[in-house]
Design a protein around this ligand. Structure first.
Ligand code: ADP
Ligand code: ADP
Length: 225
């Protein structure tokens, strides 16, 4: 079963007297272990699509299914639970908690999910280690480089072992060398865990190294060769 199924997803925003139709019937499927690049010009609707796929926003029409489960009929509480269980997010800016160490930041989602502190700590250390960050575990975000901060954000996003990772320009704010490290960290996780990742990026070189490429054209999703 696909991790993510988008069926006829529509979204429009009111603009003046009329509407701006951003998504006009988006269809797509994302399978376990796949990294898919979402490449489209600014304003094409990438963030909107990621928010809808991540159950942060409801479409006006169509349906989003996670692991084959249609989320349309769920109330907000059930959508939040499904999101916490199955979906991780990475943004262009890391949004780490500044007063917490890297380790504590990665532990937080697991503590919220009800794991005990020892378990959360072990899993968080394992992930940090896996991403080459164990020497940085006890540093606060302000003491980390931009690439390290973003890798900690990735570790946090996958701390609860989600099935789906949604990333909005995760390397957008980084120099090429750092972007490469962050991208490698993402791909390593996808390859090692069977995670499915949808990654919005303007970086065509990185997009070329993912398994598939999607774009948005006139509000429709188009698979690129
Ligand atoms: P992208 O991520 O590809 O740059 P977005 O999804 O952020 O595109 O935005 C697509 C279009 O929708 C833009 O024209 C943007 O101004 C508009 N838009 C996004 N969110 C809202 C909103 N909440 N209200 C009104 N218009 C919005
Ligand atoms: P191993 O190679 O030892 O079998 P795994 O491939 O299961 O390990 O996992 C490699 C790393 O990724 C470990 O640090 C593990 O904690 C982490 N991990 C495992 N499953 C997931 C998942 N679904 N999402 C995110 N991280 C995961």
């Amino acid at each position: 079963i696909p991790v993510l199924t988008l069926s006829g997803v529509t979204r429009r925003y009111s603009e003046g007297d009329g509407f701006l139709e951003i998504l006009r019937g988006v269809n797509g499927q994302l399978w376990p272990g796949q990294a898919v690049a979402l490449v489209a010009p600014s304003g094409a609707g990438k963030s909107t699509l990621l928010h809808i796929a991540g159950l942060l926003e409801r479409p006006d029409g169509g349906a989003v299914a996670i692991d084959g489960w249609d989320a349309s009929g769920l109330d907000d509480r059930a959508r939040t639970a499904l999101r916490r269980d199955r979906i991780g997010f990475v943004y262009q800016f890391h949004h780490l908690l500044p007063e917490f160490t890297a380790l504590e930041n990665v532990m937080t989602p697991q503590l919220i999910a009800g794991l005990n502190k020892a378990e959360a700590r072990e899993r968080a250390m394992e992930l940090l280690d896996y991403l080459g960050l164990s020497p940085r575990a006890h540093h606060r975000p302000s003491e980390l480089s931009g690439g390290e901060q973003q890798r900690v954000a990735i570790a946090r996003a996958v701390a609860n072992a989600p099935a789906l990772l949604l990333a909005d320009e995760p390397t957008g704010n980084l120099d090429p060398e750092t972007a490469e490290k962050v991208f490698s960290a993402l791909m390593t996780l996808v390859r090692a865990t069977g995670l499915a990742a949808l990654i919005a990026t303007h970086n065509l070189e990185l997009a070329g190294r993912m398994d598939r490429r999607w774009t948005l054209r006139n509000g429709l999703l188009v698979e690129l060769e």
